[in-house]
Design a protein. Structure first.
Length: 335
């Protein structure tokens, strides 16, 4: 009887504790949070908002737990394809491949399968050249070998738009585009495999730190093209419709991380970036001031992106002429 009494007392205490915890509104344990399979393009400081949301607890605060799969720079097209196949729920990366996939679906009479539900990281494209090469005008680029993470790179799309604003093109300059992963760009440049590259920070700062590279064009020097969002939160429309509450929490977490970013000490951002992106802390710190990974106003960002990237992609035939904003963006899915 004594043993039974002790068991009953333990059960009562446990139940009381559980009720007390529920009454305090304490957050659910991590194992109770809904998990989201997130593909994250691991390429540059432009993508640091996701690691910040992880490390600073914004996801947990909003009641979701991301299970992250890092996508290597240069393999960005894998992200949208993996979301479309259902292996990932969300992809945080570049947008141009989403436009191509959705346009191809429309061309064969199908609804566009993917949607961009938030935009961020305006103005991240930089052009770096070897120090020994002269540069004063775009004509100095003629015939050079320029590294890009892929031929569908958002940085290449931005650069093409900037060239169009300057009444020239990649083809007129005779630029030879070489596919190089972001982390391989500085050594490829130093070893004379390429003459320059297009990428976001801290890759340019890493190259400049070798003493054999120079930054010749920063986002602030690229006009309208230099303000275009470089990062999208990408989902399958079908998954988003069935998981609207969970997606809304994820985007809210990133929104809070975005709002908090200006007040997060530089050393903390550098610490998080070094952990998730790699690289020397001193180099990351040197490029911190020139990076803005925050989310932007959805419609404003969409209009700029359309003016810069999509207008150029339509002109080159990479997407159909009748492709519209609604075929790419659906911000209501995350509200």
């Amino acid at each position: 009887m004594l043993k039974r009494h002790l068991l009953d007392r333990r059960e009562v205490l446990a139940a009381t504790a559980a009720l007390a915890l529920a009454g305090t509104g304490a957050p659910a344990r991590a194992q109770d949070l809904p998990k989201i399979r997130v593909g994250w393009l691991r390429s540059s400081l432009s993508l640091v908002l996701h690691p910040i949301a992880v490390e600073e607890g914004f996801y947990k605060k909003n009641g979701v737990e991301p299970v992250t799969r890092a996508i290597r720079s240069g393999d960005g097209s894998i992200g949208p394809q993996t979301v479309m196949s259902g292996e990932l729920d969300v992809y945080i990366g570049v947008i141009s491949d989403v436009a191509k996939i959705n346009s191809e679906s429309l061309e064969v009479g199908r609804a566009p399968p993917l949607a961009v539900v938030a935009l961020g990281s305006p103005g991240a494209t930089n052009l770096v050249l070897r120090s020994a090469l002269p540069y004063s005008t775009l004509d100095d680029l003629k015939g050079l070998r320029i590294g890009v993470s892929s031929l569908g790179s958002a940085h290449l799309v931005t650069f093409r738009r900037y060239l169009a604003e300057q009444n020239t093109t990649v083809e007129r300059l005779g630029l030879r585009l070489v596919a190089v992963g972001g982390g391989d760009m500085p050594p490829a440049l130093v070893s004379n495999q390429i003459d320059g590259f297009l990428h976001s920070q801290p890759t340019p700062a890493i190259a400049v730190a070798t003493g054999q590279a120079k930054l010749v064009l920063a986002p602030s020097q690229m006009g309208i093209a230099g303000t275009s969002p470089n990062v999208g939160i990408i989902v399958s429309r079908r998954w988003a419709a069935a998981n609207k509450a969970t997606l809304t929490k994820l985007v809210a977490a990133l929104g809070e991380a975005s709002d908090a970013y200006p007040s997060i000490p530089r050393d903390r951002v550098v610490e998080i970036a070094a952990k998730h992106l790699g690289g020397e802390p001193d180099v990351i710190a040197a490029s911190h001031a020139s990076v803005d990974p925050r989310l932007v106003s959805p419609q404003t960002g969409a209009d700029i992106y359309w003016s810069v990237e999509m207008t150029a992609m339509i002109a080159r035939g990479e997407v159909g002429k009748n492709f519209q904003q609604k075929d790419l963006f659906d911000f209501a899915l995350a509200r």
